[in-house]
Ligand binder design. Structure first.
Ligand code: ZN
Length: 94
């Protein structure tokens, strides 16, 4: 039997991390690992996951990652999440 080594990959996480990287180049947000993981988790819980089997066409995976509508949606959620996460992790002192 072949196919036992095919695994499911959630490509929404890769998309969100990529958009977050771009966002950080334009905006000053906290870059500590705690904030990064909190932001990614919060955004992933709001976006529908997109699964590919590991042997799916690379072109299909890339087309998903570069989908402008999804990237824009992720960017909006990242902006909201970044504000909430930074407020929670680093409460303003005075
Ligand atoms: Zn932080």
């Amino acid at each position: 039997m072949k196919g036992g080594d095919r695994v499911l990959e959630n490509h929404t996480e890769a998309l969100v991390r990529d958009v977050l990287k771009e966002y950080r180049m334009k905006e000053t947000i906290c870059e500590c690992p705690r904030c990064e993981e909190d932001i990614v988790a919060m955004v992933l819980n709001q976006l529908p996951p997109k699964y590919f089997l590991s042997d799916a066409e690379e072109g299909d995976k890339i087309a998903y990652q570069l989908n402008q509508r999804l990237r824009f949606e992720a960017l909006i959620k990242i902006t909201e999440a970044a504000n909430q996460v930074m407020e929670r992790n680093h409460p303003a002192s005075g």
